[in-house]
Design a protein around this ligand. Sequence first.
Ligand SMILES: N[C@@H](CCC(=O)N[C@@H](CS)C(=O)NCC(=O)O)C(=O)O
Length: 127
Amino acid sequence: MRVRIALAEKGIKYESKEEDLFDKSPLLLEMNPVHKKVHVLIHDRKSIRESLIIVKYIDEVWHDKSPLLPSDPYQRSQVGFWADYTDKKTTLMLEGVGGLLDVEVASTLTKEANDLSLPSTEEKVDH
Ligand SMILES: N[C@@H](CCC(=O)N[C@@H](CS)C(=O)NCC(=O)O)C(=O)O
């Protein structure tokens, strides 16, 4: 989902291929031989894997359009931390051994997200 959002924010046209995760295509297995998972971005005949890495890649390659990540290294590290945290929680939940975010973590997450003061959509368009 966040890869699609990043592409949409940047206004990048792309071709999307649906995957049957119970019968993975040879292309997916070739492009992501380590994890064999979606999403994979194929750009200039090269594959970029892992959604957070793909988002960073998109932001760097199309850096002249709508920045997706904060320019401040500390703020960027916080975005990376919570994106990674969400990934791990989601994976645990999908594997059936995790649970929902507890109240304390959810409250910390909200506070940190607010503290980041990310640029609004309007500000992004102006840059
Ligand atoms: N950390 C990876 C997670 C990718 C992931 O879990 N993809 C799931 C679909 S949302 C998948 O391909 N599952 C198939 C499988 O595990 O075999 C990312 O962010 O790209």
